[in-house]
Every structure is written in structure tokens, then in C-alpha cells.
Design a protein around this ligand. Structure first.
Ligand SMILES: C[S@@+](CC[C@H](N)C(=O)[O-])C[C@H]1O[C@@H](n2cnc3c(N)ncnc32)[C@H](O)[C@@H]1O
Length: 257
């Protein structure tokens, strides 16, 4: 995600699409531990891909979902802008068979097609403008085989959209370090700016993250402009129906006929 990074022991790092991953790879699995939900995500993708099918995960990270997708028999390619995230994935899952590629999925294609192209955990929102998100949707369409599916998991943004003050959350990690997040919203641009500060034995490091949220209806419109149409929207990876109270959604699209 788009970040700036300030370190107590170093000069500020260059700003780039890799900075979120490079800055947070060491603590990412504390931020997002493996859950049964990640397993459900992998199994959902495997069902869509079919026996021996292929899939592409955008922003594969440390393989939280990808390990389950690959374990379910999918021939999986994962792309990410952070080499540190990809290195961590291969350390964590050395025998998973996941192929990884270092690229920016908002502007670059693998040049291949897959039975499923999916993007979990609101990572679609790393595109900071509507144009960047539309470009991502078009790239997903280009990389999905005819008859295949595109799946986007994202939060439903009404709570962020209503946030009028800076919010602070504290997350103690199992290794004794602490993460303090401050979150601010620029509503007119649909931008969320998060400062993740990790404090560990007297050292602190801050990684800034900027994402642009979109409501489900806008995602559907971007999908239509990219040549995709909505097949199903559920509130989780197990198919629980999406409703007015759902705080996230798993939206499945197919190539429009
Ligand atoms: C929130 S993590 C999600 C990781 C994984 N999919 C999961 O479910 O745990 C977002 C990932 O997207 C990567 N990322 C952010 N912007 C990207 C971009 N423009 N192109 C490729 N990867 C990107 C980050 O490096 C990070 O690994």
C-alpha cells in the first residue's frame, strides 16, 4: 500500500508501492494471524478454479490465504510489490509450490490468464484513485480466462466514511512489541490514512498506509466498465448472504456476456 516510512535508526526510505510490505513484513503475521476465514478463502477459490485449476492472488503477502489455496490443489501464482513479503512467504511455506512474481498489480500484468483472479483483505483499495482502481479492474479482466471468475474481498466502508475524528487503536503483539495505529479519513477523496507505529524494546518505527475505499456499488460499476458482471455477493468466504448490516463483502464477478 502507499506508504512513507520513518525510522528511528535510519533516514526516511523512498516512497513506493513496496513500502507497506517492506515496512511491515516482520510484523504482518501478528497484524493478520491465520484464521479459519483464511482457510475458507483458499477453499472458496479452489472450488471456483475447479480440479487442477489455476489462480492469481493480487497482493499475496506472506501467504496467509495463498497457502490454503495451494493446499487445496490450485496451481497458484501470487504477485506482490514487496520482495520482503514474498521472501517471508517462501520462508513460511517452503513446500507450497506457490509461484511468486514481484510486480505492481495496479499497473502491471503477468501476461497470463487464470481460472480465478482474486484479491483478499481489501487490498484492491491500494489503488489511491478511481482511475487506479479501474485500471486494476481492467487488468484483472485481462488476466481471467473466459469462463473464469474475479473475486474481491473488501470492507464495507460506511464506518470509515462516517469517521470525523482521528481514531487510535492499540495492538499488543505476542512477542511483547506494541503497534499503535492512528486512522484519519479524507471523505471527499474516500482516502484512509493510517500510521502504524511499532514500539519494540525502546525502538519505534512508523509506516504510513493510504488506501482509497469504495462502496460495493462503485466496485460493481468499475467491474462493468472493465467487462465484468457481478455473480454473487456474500459477507464472508463461506457464502453467508450479504445484507445491510454486513461490514465486509466477498464479491464474485465473471466475464460479461
Ligand atoms: C493487506 S496485505 C494482504 C496480504 C495477503 N493477501 C493476505 O490476505 O494476508 C497487502 C499486500 O499487498 C501488497 N501490495 C500493496 N500494494 C501493491 C501493489 N500496488 N502491487 C502489488 N502488491 C501490492 C503489499 O506488499 C502486501 O503484501
Amino acid at each position: 500500500m502507499t506508504t512513507t516510512q520513518d525510522r528511528t535508526d535510519d533516514r526516511p526510505q523512498a516512497f513506493g508501492e513496496n513500502t507497506y510490505g517492506d515496512g511491515l513484513a516482520a510484523v504482518y503475521d501478528f497484524m493478520y494471524p491465520t484464521t479459519p476465514d483464511a482457510q475458507s478463502a483458499g477453499e472458496h477459490v479452489a472450488r471456483l478454479a475447479g480440479p487442477g485449476g489455476t489462480a492469481l492472488e493480487l497482493g499475496v503477502g506472506t501467504g496467509r490465504v495463498a497457502a490454503f489455496t495451494a493446499a487445496a490443489g490450485v496451481r497458484l501464482t501470487g504477485v506482490d510489490a514487496s520482495q520482503k513479503m514474498l521472501d517471508t512467504l517462501h520462508e513460511r511455506h517452503p513446500d507450497s509450490g506457490i509461484r511468486t512474481l514481484l510486480l505492481d498489480f495496479t499497473s502491471q500484468s503477468t501476461g497470463e490468464t487464470f481460472d480465478v483472479v482474486y484479491v483478499p483483505l481489501s487490498t484492491f483499495f491500494v489503488g489511491r484513485t478511481q482511475e487506479a482502481q479501474l485500471a486494476t479492474m481492467r487488468l484483472m479482466r485481462e488476466q481471467v480466462a473466459d469462463g473464469g471468475h474475479v473475486v474481491v474481498e473488501a470492507f464495507e466502508p460506511r464506518d470509515y466514511h462516517a469517521l470525523s475524528e482521528v481514531r487510535t487503536d492499540t495492538h499488543p503483539f505476542p512477542d511483547g512489541s506494541l503497534m499503535i495505529d492512528t486512522t484519519a479519513v479524507e471523505r471527499s477523496l474516500q482516502l484512509i490514512v493510517v500510521s502504524h507505529t511499532t514500539i519494540d524494546r525502546g525502538r519505534h518505527e512508523t509506516v504510513k498506509e493510504v488506501v482509497r475505499y469504495a462502496f460495493p456499488a462503485e466496485l460493481d460499476l468499475m467491474a462493468r466498465l472493465a467487462g465484468l458482471e457481478l455473480v454473487e455477493r456474500s459477507e464472508d468466504w463461506n457464502g453467508t448472504p450479504f445484507n445491510a448490516h454486513s461490514i465486509r463483502h466477498v464479491s464474485t464477478y465473471r466475464v460479461a456476456v
